[in-house]
Write a protein that binds this ligand. Structure first.
Ligand SMILES: [Zn+2]
Length: 291
């Protein structure tokens, strides 16, 4: 039952913090029958005292896109620690044999983690020192805490969706940090109203979730950018589409959109994090075609 309680605790944390969870809340954990249960610890493979099988595995923030997904869409997790701590890896082997669900944490940045659960270890390959991790549908958990046998296709699909969500959360975290939590058009600083917009979409071959393919935009400017009402030239000048510029309406249109025509995009300090001009050029051509 501890695991189910842990998943419920994560649900609550996600309602408060969204997809980026603070280390402090994970390390303090929750109280279960009088015992404090931290969900994350100093070691990558974490087992709280009251359990005999680990409850979570964690990847380092220094490798935020790390622990690659294979062609099968499943995650790889490297064996942890020194030979002296081989009990950590043995713990994961037990989790695999006894089908115990775990939490997979991915470090996005110092003190900030994404999480997938329930995760299960589905393979152990000593030749490459890696475990294979899949994500399960939470509804499939049986009351006895085992995980029902599901067909491979479904498991891969669920894992792919979960990992994609994790990548998007990492992208948002990095883009917003680069732009110091403000809209690059209007400078709005309300994090809950900010998105990380893709310059080129996921489906484009250059549409990968890296900061130079991102813009920090408030909800209204994100929607306007996606709808080709607002365009960004490769020299970072903002343009509002002609027909919208000519409209007469209330203050939202006037101050929210029209006033930004001809303005300059606010970009991060570090040149390496600036929006990529080549990608902007491609996106700008699409805006022009819509004009
Ligand atoms: Zn804005």
């Amino acid at each position: 039952m501890v695991r189910i309680a842990a998943f419920q605790y994560l649900d609550k944390l996600q309602q408060v913090h969204g997809d980026v969870l603070p280390w402090s809340a994970l390390v303090s954990g929750f109280v279960f029958q009088g015992h404090s249960i931290p969900l994350i610890g100093a070691a990558g493979i974490w087992k709280p005292q009251v359990l005999d099988i680990p409850i979570s595995i964690t990847t380092s923030p220094s490798n935020p896109y790390g622990d690659s997904t294979g062609d099968d869409g499943l995650l790889s997790y490297r064996y942890q620690g020194s030979p002296a701590r081989s009990y950590d890896n043995d713990g994961l082997r037990r989790a695999m044999h006894e089908a115990r669900p775990l939490i997979y944490f991915r470090g996005f940045d110092r003190g900030q983690y994404g999480a997938l659960w329930p995760a299960v270890i589905v393979a152990d390959d000593p030749a490459t020192s890696t475990f294979t991790v899949a994500c399960e549908d939470v509804q499939l958990l049986r009351p006895d805490l085992g995980v029902t046998v599901v067909d491979e296709v479904r498991r891969r699909y669920v894992t792919r969706l979960a990992v994609d969500r994790l990548h998007q959360a990492a992208f948002r975290q990095r883009v917003l940090k680069a732009y110091r939590q403000s809209c690059s058009v209007c400078n709005l600083r309300h994090v809950q109203l900010l998105d990380a917009a893709h310059i080129l979409p996921d489906s484009h071959e250059q549409g990968n979730p890296v900061v130079p393919n991102g813009l920090s935009l408030c909800k209204i400017h994100h929607a306007a950018f996606d709808a080709n009402i607002l365009g960004v030239r490769p020299d970072y000048v903002i343009e509002i589409r002609g027909d919208v510029l000519a409209e007469v309406d209330g203050p939202m249109l006037e101050h929210g959109l029209q006033a930004h025509h001809g303005g300059k995009l606010l970009v991060p300090r570090a040149a390496a994090e600036h929006p990529d001009r080549e990608r902007l050029e491609l996106r700008w051509q699409e805006f022009r075609r819509a004009s």
